[in-house]
Write a new protein. Structure first.
Length: 161
């Protein structure tokens, strides 16, 4: 009986060794997986350049600005004693627009002059009036231009006297 008991202990001992070596292999596989994942993350985050998807993202576009000569007009007030001097910069959506504004400058200036000279002091005195004037200028110029559109109008000088 003692021999049977000893043989059973040996099997149990071998089963314990097999179980502990299986646990060592699993633990080793998990550790290697974590190290590999951490190494890959470090490589992607710090060593590798931007991916194709990141490179394809549009970069911030620089504004394309077209500057116009100052405008000096009499306002449509009673008595015609007030005048407006304004200098504009136009933000456009296409690099071809500044050349078009230069070549078609007479049309651009005419449309802006007609618009400005039709205004009264009360139309442009408030900030709301200036914003409305900007919208009207954008609308007027976008009807004329063929190569692109005006995104925004900036007043760099605005003097009413």
């Amino acid at each position: 009986m003692a021999a049977k008991k000893g043989a059973g202990e040996e099997k149990g001992g071998e089963g314990g060794k097999k179980g502990s070596s299986l646990m060592k292999i699993i633990l080793l596989a998990v550790i290697l997986g974590l190290l590999g994942g951490g190494g890959y993350f470090g490589y992607v985050k710090f060593v590798k350049g931007p991916s194709d998807a990141e490179a394809a993202k549009p970069q911030k576009q620089e504004k394309i600005i077209c500057e116009l000569e100052p405008f000096l007009v009499n306002l449509a007030d009673v008595g015609g004693k007030r005048y407006l001097k304004v200098t504009l910069k136009l933000e456009v959506n296409n690099p071809l627009v500044p050349a078009e504004v230069t070549t078609r400058g007479f049309e651009v200036r005419d449309s802006i002059l007609m618009l400005l000279s039709g205004k009264e002091y009360n139309d442009i005195a408030s900030s709301g009036g200036k914003i409305t004037l900007k919208r009207e200028i954008i609308s007027q110029l976008n009807r004329i231009l063929k190569q692109g559109q005006i995104r925004e109008v900036y007043f760099t000088d605005f003097i009413v006297q």
